[in-house]
Design a protein around this ligand. Sequence first.
Ligand code: SAH
Length: 363
Amino acid sequence: MGNATVSRVDLALLRERLDAGGEPAFRGAQVWEWAARGVGAYAEMTNLPAALRRRLEHDVPFSTLDVEQEEQARDGTVKALFRTHDGHPVEAVLMRYRDGRRSLCLSSQSGCPLTCTFCATGQMTFGRNLTASEILDQALHFRRIEPVDHAVFMGMGEPMLNLDPVLEAARLLPDVGITHRRTTISTVGWLPGLRRFVGEAEEPVRLALSLHAPTDELRSELMPVNARYPLADVLAECVRYFELRRRKVFIEYVMLGGVNDRVEQARSLARLLDPKVFKVNLIPFTFTQIGSVAQYQSSTHKGISAFKHVLQRAGIPTTVRLNRGRDIKAACGQLAAIAPETESDDIPRGLDAPTDARSAPKP
Ligand code: SAH
C-alpha cells in the first residue's frame, strides 16, 4: 500500500521500540491497556518504570494523529478534525444520546475515492487508506473525553476498500469499551471487500449497506460504484452475512426529495428486502453547498413518514435516523474537512424549510 513511511508512529512501532530496548513482552500490552482506558500521556502509566516512560515519550509519539480543530454542536455532538503525520485530514465524531449512549463515527480513509453524488466526502480529494492505529487513535481521542460504548464506521471513506486495518482496529475496540455487537461497518457494497468481510470476519460486528435506491438505474446515477457492483449481487452478499451470523443487516437510505422518496419507490424497495434479513434506517439528507451535493434537498417530514409506512406495512422494521451535529457539519455525509473560513451557506433545507426540491432558491 506504500504507506510504510506513514505508519512510523503506531502500535507496531511501540512493539518494535520495546523489543529493541529489551523490555519484557507484557510492556506493550500495559501501554495499550492504559491508552484504551483513556490515559493521555505515558507519564500517567504508573505501572511502567519511570525511565521507560521517559524513553517512550521521546521515541514513540503518543498518537498517530494531531488534533487540528474540535467543535461541539448544540446537541452535544463533538467533531474532531485530525491530521495524519503526512498531512492528510481525518474527521471523526462523538455522538451523545439522551439515553446515555456514546457513539463514535470513525473514518477509515482520508477522503473517499468513490463519488456518491449526494455525499460531501466524495467531493474532496482522496488522500489514502488509514492505518489501524490511525483509526484507533480517533477512538482514543474521544475516550480521553469520556467513556464510549458504540462505534460506526460511517465517517470518511469506504471501509471495504481498507478492510484489514478496519478489522484490526475493530478487533481492538472492545478494550476501549466498544463490543463487537456495538460496532457497525457501513459499506457502499464494494464487493471484493464485502465478500472477504462476510467470509472471514468471525466477530459479530454489524453490517450496514448504503442502498439509497431500489433500482440499478437510479442507484448507478446516485452512486457510480453501482455500475461495477450491481444491487442484486450486493444484496445477495448481505443475505449470506445474515445466514452466517444471524444478525440483521441495516439498510441506509438517504431521503432525497423528488429523487428516491416516492411511494412507488418505497414499494419497490420493500419488494427487494426480506424482512427477516434487513432493517431500514432512513437518513434525512444533509445539504451542503458543495459540488454535486448542492443539487439535492431532503424529503419533507411528511414524505419520510409516508415512505416509512410503506416499508413498515411490508413488515420491514424501519426507523428514521436522528441527524446529529448539523450545525458543525458533523452529520452524515458532511465530513469533508472543510475549513470554516472556506464554507459557503449550508443551511439545511427541506427538513427545516420544506420547499419543492427543484425550486428552492439557491444562495
Ligand atoms: N462509504 C461507506 C461509509 C460511510 S457511511 C458508506 O457509504 O456506507 C456514511 C453514510 O452517510 C452513508 O450511508 C452515506 O450514504 C450517508 N450520506 C452521505 N451523504 C449524505 C448526506 N448528504 N446526507 C445524509 N446522509 C448522507
